[in-house]
Design a binder for this molecule. Structure first.
Ligand code: NDP
Length: 322
């Protein structure tokens, strides 16, 4: 079957289109035909070597599609079911395999493209706003890269929980998208001081929480944006990894809390995964969550999609279609 793989880490030129064989699903596994694969920043980290993976490696971990085979011990899925996962082993491919415990059923009310679009970034936005910092009415949140995949969903979920959102984006066009998603104010952080904007947004106090998926370039400003005892949820490295720092810094900046969460620990059990996914699917069906698919690429053009994502040229979700 067709797949996009890397044999060594590096730039987008390392992506190779290949024919590979597809194994039968093992114990507790589900195999499904990919109808839409999600592009995520983590795919670029695995390609570049920032996150180590065994090689050769079929890229991609998020997809939706139709079950083609189930392994021994799988009772909850059958051939023909519509499913999705954020934890599959290689979704830049015609078919993929995931542990059944990391697969969800897709309701008829949600298209396969929308399902693929919210598994990884949507579950992330869900856990950040509902559990890492359970936002409540009146809380103030700074959401970086708010026109991105996680960003547009996180702004909406934060608003849904009653929080006031200050967003950052790289351009004015992206700022308009963040406002449409519900941001009360937007700072174009490529030319304005977002920590000053956070102070202005909160009458000088600082925001309760910063959701920072940008990493290296925003780390210091994020700390400076928080109120005393506020929380920095540093969940990504789009601009590079945050360098090591001394815990004393958190004391100096206001007895701050710092966490570096990752999705796997917030969907570790099937019950937690399915409860988050059920929320997302219900919100999509009732119109409470608008999923913006900013672009789709044929799977064979995955390299162009990576280039666009790393070049800050995308908004919302990017899908790869086999
Ligand atoms: P996005 O769609 O948000 O794309 C990344 C955005 O980051 C860009 O569009 C850009 O927006 C901004 N950015 C700022 N500086 C840079 C830079 N130097 N290079 C590239 N982009 C930059 O991606 P995702 O939604 O897929 O992911 C967002 C972040 O969330 C990533 O760091 C990702 O790793 C992380 N993540 C973490 C998870 C977790 O559980 N920990 C799970 C899912 C994602 P702008 O132009 O507006 O600045």
């Amino acid at each position: 079957m067709f797949a996009i793989r890397i044999h060594e880490t590096g730039g987008v030129e390392k992506l190779r289109a290949e024919e590979i064989s597809m194994p039968a699903p093992g114990l507790g596994e589900v195999r499904f035909r990919v109808e839409a694969a999600g592009l995520n920043f983590i795919d670029t980290y695995k390609r570049s070597g920032l996150y180590a993976v065994p090689l050769p490696h079929t890229l991609g971990q998020e997809a939706s599609g139709v079950v083609t085979a189930v392994g021994a011990g799988v009772t909850e899925f059958r051939v023909g079911d519509r499913v999705a996962s954020a934890s599959a082993a290689g979704t830049y491919a015609a078919e993929t395999i995931a542990p059944a415990a990391q697969v969800v059923s897709v309701p008829a009310s949600v298209s396969s493209q929308l399902a693929a679009a919210v598994m990884l970034q949507g579950l992330t936005a869900h856990y950040l706003a509902c559990d890492t910092f359970p936002l409540k009415a009146g809380d103030t949140a700074l959401v970086h890269a708010a026109a991105g995949g996680v960003g547009l969903l996180l702004v909406q979920i934060a608003r849904k929980r009653g929080a006031r959102v200050l967003a950052t984006t790289g351009t004015a066009a992206k700022a308009a998208l963040a406002r449409e998603a519900g941001a009360e104010a937007v700072c174009i952080y490529t030319r304005e001081d977002f920590a000053a904007a956070a102070r202005a947004f909160t009458g000088g106090r600082g925001v309760d929480v910063v959701f920072d998926g940008v990493g290296r370039t925003t780390f210091e400003g994020s700390l400076a944006s928080l109120r005393p005892r506020g929380l920095l949820a540093s969940f990504g490295n789009a601009s590079g990894a945050v360098p090591p720092f001394a815990p004393l810094l958190l004391s100096q900046k206001g007895s701050l809390f710092f966490t570096r969460p990752t999705l796997a620990h917030y969907i570790a059990t099937p019950a937690e995964l399915r409860s988050r996914a059920a929320d997302l699917f219900a919100w999509i069906a009732d119109g409470a969550l608008r999923v913006s698919i900013g672009a789709t690429y044929p799977l064979a053009q995955a390299a162009e999609a990576h280039r666009a994502l790393e070049g800050r040229a995308t908004t919302g979700k990017v899908l790869l279609l086999p």
